[in-house]
Design a protein around this ligand. Structure first.
Ligand code: ZN
Length: 304
């Protein structure tokens, strides 16, 4: 994967809240070399949420997501030469690419306008319209304030603890979360919640369909990512290789429900799946990538 060094990072698509809050030691500390059980427990919490789009959070009735970050230093950093050597600037650029894709793809595929959503960079903990969250929950999308949330230190955990290495795991994670935003805009998410209420026995199976669709949307973006450009029309990616795609698939596999259950030493139980098995996640990401068409991501339809 290669980024175009001349691409301009549009930091207005992120909200940098790393400087505010979070200092009070309220986050779940990640033990350094502590008991194995503790580490595994935290990893599971992280993964469940990454893949679950943060739906484990309680929806707060009166927001709390009114915090505002300060982008001043990020803006400076990301307009400098060598900006793309910085993890946060690269991630802002990934967000730019994903949203540039949906601006065209959503009207094309679904006949609806795309509405941009910011990604909040936070550190340790953050308050959202879906409730308070800490890094332990991993990256997530909050439908109540239409924002994607990520503590960028998550990628280190992904690489160190899961062996999901490679830069392309990062845009994959973001593209998955933006897939939830698209589902929110299209009403898919709300529809699924209503179905879950009518049919609680199938709540997990329905959640799996939502998650697999977000993976498939991520695949559709990946296929079209080299066609995305910054606000001056400069290409964002100069190349995405097969190796990048296998990294994304590899990540999708590593965070499958069965893989997580196995890692935690629990027996694999498909009834408890909320995000899909490794095989399913790989399958749907690949489907989106192969077709490059979000319409093919019909996980709720008969072809699923
Ligand atoms: Zn998800």
């Amino acid at each position: 994967m290669e980024l175009n060094e001349n691409a301009r990072v549009d930091t207005s698509q992120v909200d940098d809240r790393r400087g505010s809050g979070g200092g009070g030691g309220m986050g779940i500390p990640i033990p350094i070399g502590g008991g194995r059980g503790g580490i595994v427990g935290i990893i599971i919490a992280v993964l469940v949420a990454l893949v679950g789009g943060g739906f484990g959070l309680n929806a707060a009735t009166n927001g709390g997501g009114d915090e505002q970050g300060d982008n001043t230093s990020l803006e400076q950093k990301c307009s400098a030469q060598d900006a793309l050597k910085q993890l946060d600037c690269r991630n802002a650029l990934y967000v730019n690419s994903i949203q540039a894709y949906w601006r065209t793809a959503m009207p094309e595929a679904f006949g609806e306008q795309y509405r941009p959503s910011k990604t909040v960079f936070f550190s340790q903990n953050v308050s959202t319209a879906c409730g308070a969250a800490d890094s332990g929950v991993g990256p997530f999308y909050c439908p109540a304030d239409d924002l994607v949330y990520i503590d960028l230190s998550f990628y280190k955990l992904l690489a160190d603890q899961l062996g999901a290495e490679g830069e392309f795991a990062q845009p994959y994670v973001l593209a998955h979360e933006y897939g939830h935003h698209v589902q929110d805009l299209l009403g898919t998410e709300a529809q699924m919640r209503r179905q879950q209420q009518r049919d609680p026995q199938n709540a997990n199976a329905l959640s799996v369909k939502l998650e697999l669709q977000a993976d498939c949307y991520a695949g559709a973006w990946a296929k079209n990512a080299t066609g995305t450009a910054d606000d001056r029309g400069q290409k964002i990616f100069t190349s995405i290789t097969e190796q990048d795609i296998s990294q994304a698939i590899d990540t999708a596999e590593k965070i499958g429900d069965d893989a997580i259950q196995q890692r935690s030493g629990r027996p694999v139980n498909p009834d408890e799946f909320t995000h899909g098995s490794s095989e399913q996640r790989k399958q749907w990401f690949t489907k989106g990538f192969t077709t490059g068409d979000p319409k093919s991501c019909d996980t709720f339809g008969s072809g699923a």
